[in-house]
Design a protein around this ligand. Structure first.
Ligand code: HEC
Ligand code: HEC
Length: 172
């Protein structure tokens, strides 16, 4: 008898707890809905000379992030800081439309070159369609690194010799 009355009161306690929890939840003041911050907006570009002028600020930004990553660069590698426009962090903002950085001019040249490589050459071959991008050459470096040929693919030894051949020892 003792056991069943115990489990009965346990059940009651559980039911009470559940009811209490439900009531508490129902009465809890409505928490602010979990809204994500409004999407960042990017101003429309004003000084495009090689990218399509129809691109939105958002599209330009996405391309810039690709260039930045492919070159292992920063926005400030190609864009000048504007000392008259100080941001909330106390540092000057970048003037993206300004053309003073030589790296920006080089990047324009590189973009045209990449487009020509794809249009005039890669398109001629039966390729996967991957094409050439900034990253094909740059691989995360501002200045592409020279390719070092692995030793097993290095220059072949002269005819008759083989890397595993024992070197003739000079007479003692
Ligand atoms: C490798 C150089 C390079 C890097 C790195 C780079 N940019 Fe650019 N950016 C350019 C070039 C070149 C243009 C101009 C493209 C053209 O003339 O069509 C440009 C244009 C822009 C524009 C449009 C400006 C206008 O009003 O015409 C914005 C905005 C911009 N970049 C933002 C960024 C941001 C943000 C980053 C970093 C995430 C960045 N860029 C990194 C080279 C670079
Ligand atoms: C076919 C290979 C190739 C492709 C594709 C390529 N680059 Fe380059 N890029 C080079 C080489 C090589 C150099 C170094 C030239 C030198 O200084 O000897 C270079 C140099 C640069 C520099 C100057 C770096 C410095 O040290 O000042 C910038 C900026 C640049 N590239 C941006 C780009 C961007 C942006 C793209 C894509 C739109 C791109 N490159 C695509 C090969 C390439």
């Amino acid at each position: 008898m003792k056991t069943s009355s115990l489990s009965l009161s346990a059940a009651t306690a559980l039911l009470l707890a559940a009811t209490f929890a439900a009531t508490t939840v129902a009465q809890a003041p409505q928490a602010a809905p979990n809204v994500s911050p409004p999407p960042r907006t990017y101003p429309a570009p004003t000084n495009l000379k090689v990218l399509p002028k129809t691109l939105t600020g958002q599209q330009v930004h996405e391309i810039m992030e690709q260039w930045e990553g492919s070159l292992g660069a920063k926005c400030s590698t190609c864009h000048t800081a504007d000392p008259n426009n100080i941001g909330p962090n106390g540092r000057p903002r970048l003037n993206f439309a300004d053309d003073a950085m030589p790296e920006k001019s080089t990047a324009r040249l590189m973009f045209k070159m990449t487009e020509e490589i794809n249009k005039n050459y890669i398109s001629m071959i039966d390729s996967s369609g991957a094409g050439v991008t900034c990253g094909t050459c740059h691989r995360g470096h501002l200045g592409p690194e020279p390719y070092v040929i692995p030793p097993e693919h290095g220059p072949h030894p002269p005819m008759g010799e083989h890397p595993t051949d024992e070197k003739p020892q000079p007479p003692k």
